[in-house]
Structures are given as structure tokens and as C-alpha cells.
Ligand binder design. Structure first.
Ligand code: NAG
Ligand code: NAG
Ligand code: NAG
Length: 551
């Protein structure tokens, strides 16, 4: 089956790069920060990348006046707004990755602490918020002519959804789980079946994990390859069959007993599902704030955040958490899957908890988590520092060129730029992870052609070019990454699938050009339908990604 052709290559540069990759705990690059805009006018606490290379960003309508006017003299008049009845400023922008420009968008109702998912057709569905926005669904359908804006559906949700989490499902629906005081879940689109059919479903696990400071808000949701939903809340987790409203199994609590969800905000990812080597679903949870931190912080005492990560192989018969030690404790960190399967842990603080004015000691250095290394002492590297603290209400997303875009930070009830310890931050930055360093240019693949519609289990081919190519099978992979809706330290819907490769060959007559035959993901449980970024990863260095539609 596997048909690797022997190629005559000069391996000298290649070898020096690869061996520095695999033998040293730290490459020479620690990544680079780049300021994209000193101000985009709002402080994005929510971000989502869309398949037309634009990023939708928003904060909340009741922060007061932002630093960006709505176009054409438009204003929002809302007698129920908690800050201003008339507001002619924007609280949402659409950022264009390719041109590094942005334009204001119009939100009518409050989007504060809400959630979202992208439907299979590429439309963002945002759910809930606060006050007059807490039962609203808003959609944003990406357009090419740049005149699209938010569309709002008031009273769509059956319950108030403030601090809930979403996950796109294999059938293209979205599940919306929990929220403040909501021990239940519902779906988008809502069921149109008979009126006796309940619109929401109770879920006692959320009641059981709500301690006096809650600590179970923004539960971590991950769709497992068996179709059940992994849900982590506070210190506990389970596998849940949302169709039958049935707990499939409960996993042991995380070992150190420290809460991981808002306001003790740690973060979590589903590690890459590898169809090539065999799927073994594994959850990673990092950081958070020890029990009592939130209470102490509201009384002016700032306790050190959690410095542990836990890994759990949820497919095993008797899984148990394997704990690891981060080099820096961190609360309100974000975890983003990078195209090579590593995880970047970024933003947040060393002390305190999430919530207004509750964090201290910004951690401006991201940490790289090497998912696959066998050597535990090589697991983490500390990367370059940004000059800007990213405290409560900051966010981050991966974009197709391999950078991560970072924005937000506003631990105040309003936009406060002076006389506060951590002023509201309106800037937008990009972090270039170490793999973008120029030293890797000879081994960086570039995609030349691909299919942009990929069927489940269907063969397709990807052509790419790379100067110094290794024919070693395990050094090449084709991966798809679902773009996340990131807010409050959790990147919803984020997932990575490593696709199965049939064969890989060089293209006769074209130097440094190769073709690989790949299989689309096996099932919609492994990769729900929709838009993904596809990357060719060679010797741990990703190509720039391209958008593909699965299903
Ligand atoms: C607000 O925007 C103006 C330009 O429109 C800029 O000069 C100013 O620095 C911005 N304020 C903040 C706090 O970013
Ligand atoms: C304000 O809230 C009330 C009660 O929820 C509602 O009836 C009214 O329509 C709202 N007003 C506006 C301007 O949204
Ligand atoms: C933030 O600004 C608002 C309105 O300008 C002010 O009332 C409030 O006290 C400020 N908050 C802090 C923490 O200084």
C-alpha cells in the first residue's frame, strides 16, 4: 500500500534542521510577536475565524462607548442597555487577515459572555449573552462583497445562555450546554417537532458541579469519535449521550482537585485524532485557579494559579489522569492547537481568578506544549514575551498562515484606559510560533493544489512543494483543523484530525514537487461537516493552510 519512492536529495541542511528539532528541547526560535493594530476600537473577548479569511470579533454592548464609530451615522437605541441608551459606536468588527484591515459591525443586543459555532455552510451562529441579549441567536453569513452584518433572532433560545459552551454535532446541529443557573442544554436549530417535545433537556451534572462560586461555567465540550460528548465541569468529567440524555460513563475527577472552569478558568483541548496511526481520543486540561481563589481575589488576596496539566485517554477501559507540570502557573490561559499538533498555552495571569479585577501578574510569555514528545522534560518550552498583558476577556485564534491572532483584555466593567492596573486593551497582535521562523524555510511545504470539497472516506490528492524533503513516512502528515470560537479561555469546536495517507510520490519532471493521496475523515463523529484549514506538515513544520469543506 505505502509506496515511498527513494529520492536523491541533499540531506545536509535537512539533517541539521531535523536533528535540532528532535534532539534539543528548544529550537533557536522562541517565536515572534507582531503588533497588527494599536487599536481596533473594541476589545475582542470573542473571536471566530471564517472560511473567507476574516475574523469576526466582538465584546459587549454595555461596556459604554467603544473607540470605533458605526458607519453612516448609525446608532443603537436600547432602553434596556445597562450602560447607554443611545450608542453610536461598534462593539463588533470584521478583521480581514489578508489585508490587515477591519470594519465595524452592528450588534443590537448584548453579546457579553456568549458562545458560538460555525454551521456546515460556514455561517457563524452565536448564542446568548446578557440582559436583552441572553436568549438571542445571531448569525453572520460571510460574504465576498463586504456588506454583510449580524442578523438577530430575539427570543430564539428557550433558556437564557450566559457563560454556556457550544459544540457543532455530526448532523450539523449545534448543542448549547449550560450557562449561569442553567442546568440543561438545547439545540440550534431548535426542534420543530410536536409541541410536547421539550425544547431543552435537564442535565443534573451541571447542578452537581456548581459549587458556591460556580466553577463550572463555560464547561469544556469535546465531541468524541464515538459520537458522545465529553464534558468537563469544575473537577469532574463524563461522556454523555445527548440524544438519549444519558451519562455513558463518568471519569475520575482531575487528580489535584482544583477547579478548571470559569471563574477558575483553565483551558482544555481534544488532542489530535490521528486516523493514520489509529485514533485514541485524549483530553488535555491545563491551568486554572485552586479552590477558593475566586473568593480570595474578590477580597484582595491573589493566590497562585494552577501549574498542572492533566491528560486523560477517554477511550481506555479504566482511564486515569496523567498530571504534568507547566513551567509557569496560569489562570485564564487559552489553549490553541497548532497545525503540527503541538498546543500553545497563551494569555492570562499567574495570580487570582477570572472575573472583574480578579487577576494579577500577567503572563505575557506563551508556553509551547509538545504533544508527541516521549521525553517529559522536553514537553514545555517558554516562548517570547509580548509587551501587552492579556488578562480577563482576552482571546486568540489560529489563522491559516499558521500565526495566532491575539486580542482583548478588559477586566473592567467599562472601557477604562486610565487609573487602572490593566487598562482596557484595544490592540490586535499576532504571534508567530517558532515553526514560522525563516530557518525552517528549506523544509517548509507549500500546497500547490488540493480538492476543496472532501467526502467522508473519499480519496483525494494534495500536491505540494518542499526544497528538502524527507521520505520518512512519519515525518509527513496531512491535517485538518476546525477553527475555534474562542472566549473566556476556551476554544469551542476546535479539533484536529490527522488524515490517513494512501501513498506519496514525487512528480516526474517537476523538481521538489510531491503528491500525496489522502483519505477524507472516516466519519462525521470524527470530523463534523464544515470548513476546516488543511495543512501539510513536514518534519514538524506546517505549510500555510488552505480552506477545505468536509462532508
Ligand atoms: C482611539 O482611537 C484613536 C484614533 O481613532 C486613537 O488615536 C486613540 O489612541 C485610541 N484610543 C485608545 C485607547 O486606543
Ligand atoms: C426592554 O425590556 C423589556 C422587558 O424585557 C421589553 O419588553 C422591551 O421591549 C425592551 N425594550 C427594548 C427597547 O428592547
Ligand atoms: C471605569 O470607568 C467608569 C466610567 O468612566 C468609571 O465609573 C469606573 O469607576 C471606572 N472603573 C475603574 C475600575 O476605575
Amino acid at each position: 500500500m505505502i509506496n515511498f519512492l527513494l529520492l536523491s536529495l541533499s540531506f545536509s541542511i535537512y539533517h541539521s534542521l531535523i536533528s535540532s528539532q528532535s534532539l534539543l528541547p528548544f529550537g533557536s526560535s522562541q517565536g515572534e510577536w507582531q503588533l497588527l493594530h494599536a487599536s481596533i476600537g473594541i476589545s475582542p473577548m470573542h473571536m471566530q475565524v471564517l472560511h473567507n479569511n476574516k475574523v469576526i470579533m466582538f465584546d459587549r454592548t454595555d461596556f459604554g462607548l467603544s473607540n470605533l464609530s458605526l458607519p453612516g451615522g448609525r446608532c443603537r437605541h436600547d432602553a434596556n442597555d445597562t450602560a447607554l441608551e443611545t450608542d453610536c459606536t461598534a462593539h463588533s468588527v470584521l478583521y480581514d487577515i489578508d489585508t490587515n484591515s477591519f470594519r465595524p459591525l452592528m450588534v443590537q443586543t448584548d453579546t457579553w459572555c456568549s458562545s458560538g459555532s460555525v454551521l456546515p455552510d460556514g455561517t457563524l451562529v452565536q448564542t446568548g449573552g446578557y440582559n436583552d441579549g441572553d436568549r438571542v441567536v445571531r448569525t453572520f453569513n460571510p460574504c465576498m462583497n463586504d456588506d454583510c452584518d449580524w442578523v438577530e433572532f430575539p427570543q430564539y433560545l428557550s433558556r437564557r445562555r450566559w457563560y454556556s459552551s457550544n459544540q457543532i454535532l455530526p448532523d450539523g446541529r449545534v448543542i448549547i450546554v449550560g450557562g449561569r443557573g442553567q442546568f440543561n442544554y438545547e439545540f440550534y436549530p431548535r426542534s420543530i417537532e410536536s409541541s410536547s417535545f421539550s425544547l431543552f433537556f435537564s442535565f443534573n451534572f451541571l447542578r452537581d458541579t456548581a459549587d458556591e462560586y460556580e466553577n463550572n461555567l463555560y464547561p469544556f465540550l469535546h465531541l468524541l469519535p464515538d459520537g458522545n460528548l465529553f464534558i468537563f465541569a469544575n473537577t469532574r468529567s463524563l461522556s454523555f449521550d445527548y440524544n438519549q440524555n444519558r451519562v455513558v460513563r463518568e471519569f475520575p475527577p482531575i487528580i489535584d482537585g482544583n477547579p478548571r472552569n470559569y471563574p477558575s478558568s483553565g483551558s482544555s483541548v481534544l488532542l489530535p485524532l490521528d486516523e493514520f496511526k489509529g485514533i485514541e481520543p485524549e483530553i488535555l486540561v491545563c491551568g486554572g485557579a485552586p479552590k477558593g481563589s475566586y473568593y480570595q481575589a474578590t477580597h484582595g488576596v491573589f493566590i497562585s494559579g494552577s501549574s498542572t496539566c492533566g491528560r486523560l485517554k477517554v477511550g481506555q477501559e479504566n482511564p486515569s489522569w496523567v498530571m504534568e507540570q507547566m513551567p509557569i502557573p496560569r489562570v485564564m490561559g487559552d489553549m490553541i492547537l497548532l497545525p503540527n499538533g503541538d498546543v500553545i498555552i497563551i494569555n492570562g495571569a499567574e495570580l487570582g481568578a477570572a472575573g472583574w479585577e480578579n487577576g494579577r501578574g500577567p503572563i505575557t510569555r506563551p508556553v509551547l506544549y509538545r504533544t508527541y514528545t516521549e521525553r517529559i522534560d522536553w514537553r514545555f518550552s517558554v516562548l517570547s514575551a509580548s509587551p501587552r498583558p492579556r488578562m480577563y476577556h482576552s482571546s486568540v485564534v489560529l489563522v491559516p498562515d499558521g500565526r495566532v491572532i491575539v486580542g482583548g483584555s478588559n477586566p473592567h466593567v467599562y472601557y477604562n484606559f486610565t487609573n487602572v492596573e490593566y487598562p482596557t486593551d484595544l490592540s490586535l497582535e499576532a504571534f508567530n510560533p517558532p515553526y514560522l521562523s525563516a530557518e525552517y524555510a528549506p523544509i517548509r511545504p507549500r500546497i500547490l493544489s488540493f480538492d476543496n470539497n472532501i467526502g467522508y472516506g473519499k480519496t483525494f490528492s494534495v500536491r505540494f512543494t518542499v526544497q528538502q524533503y524527507s521520505t520518512e513516512r512519519f515525518l509527513l502528515s496531512i491535517r485538518i483543523v476546525a477553527p475555534s470560537f474562542t472566549t473566556h479561555s476556551f476554544a469551542m469546536n476546535q479539533r484536529m484530525v490527522v488524515l490517513k495517507m494512501n501513498s506519496n510520490s514525487n512528480i516526474a519532471g517537476i523538481p521538489s514537487t510531491y503528491e500525496v493521496s489522502v483519505l477524507g475523515p472516516s466519519t462525521a463523529q470524527i470530523a463534523p461537516p464544515g470548513y476546516y484549514m488543511l495543512f501539510v506538515v513536514h518534519a514538524n513544520i506546517p505549510s500555510p493552510g488552505v480552506w477545505v469543506k468536509i462532508g
